[in-house]
Design a protein around this ligand. Sequence first.
Ligand code: HMG
Ligand code: MG
Length: 335
Amino acid sequence: MKERRPLGVAFFFIRSRMAEEKQPKNEPMFTTPPKKVRIVEVGPRDGLQNEKKPIDTADKFEFIRLLAEAGHTDIELTSFVRPDAIPQLSDAVELVTLVNAHKFPRKINFSALVPNQKGLEKAAELGVKEIALFLATSDSFSKRNINATVDESFERVKPVAKAALDAGIRVRGYLSTVYGCPYEGDVPLERVVSTAKRLQDLGVYEISLGDTTGVGTPRQVQEILDVLLLTMPADQLAAHFHDTRGMAAANALAALDMGITSFDSSAGGLGGCPYAKGASGNVATEDLVYMFESMGIHTGIDMVKLMEASRFMLSKLGVESASKVHRVLALDADK
Ligand code: HMG
Ligand code: MG
């Protein structure tokens, strides 16, 4: 059995880490908060991809329909990846076909994750208007996730991005392990900057900065964005936090303070990546909506209807929401 560090020693490390992070900044927070933010709902994709219990395509469609009813304008539907890599999303063609056949009350920006040319071909055949390419800062995660090093993966997706853009398909880019890699630990800031630049050069309209395993802290968000924003406009960056250590809402607030107004989240806080040891749910959409709306920042999402969507999928999965906001509001609703 692995030898564990005595608790007193662990507390000493935790205390000194916290003391290091406590250097106060004097500038006030939120002198000019934005009037609205964009929430990209990744529940149907990131939320479900790691769930073992198979969910019927019709139920995934119903989840998406309820999310649309709740006011979502941006919904990531699924992934066109190897079906044996992510079995839960192996019904991507059927699901997108259902979505295509439905008349939604408003225009919704539906997107899908694509790892390579084959994925793009499938998405394009179905008329998908936006794809998300996904790359990482670290080789160890990248190898496990997509069977390619960082360099190899950029070579692989370069023609994919070009073909998509030539076909009029919008391209978003994910950069995983921005705040740390589950296999390599800390990621040098220069590597975050250089890989983000490589993504930008592919022509993506936005880079979603992934805290894949939820290791980030607000101070780190500030430090990373401080540097990235020297060369990239805030409106080309999005924040993608996982709530593994309960820091996701605090991190989103730190990102907002740095000028970020595009946030990924997952209804009910579902989520995780099977190739990232320790990854748990995305920040819950409920947490972001509750936090932003309480600050007078418009999300366009109706909390009651969002809760309906989350409760529908949570009940199909037979799991509780990881979100405290969700749990409290669900209790209130059941009174
Ligand atoms: P590979 O094995 O290197 O691919 O997989 P290959 O090109 O050597 O092909 C091998 C076989 O796979 C062939 O089939 C291909 O046709 C098939 P065979 O000839 O042996 O029968 N294949 C495909 N089938 C369907 N759709 C495709 C496809 N491509 C090849 N698109 C690959 C490389 C990238 C495809 C694989 O590793 C894969 O699918 N990985 C998926 C990983 C994944 O989805 N991870 C989770 C998403 S990332 C994430 O969650 C992080 C994020 O949320 C941000 C954050 O939190 O940080 C985005
Ligand atoms: Mg993720």
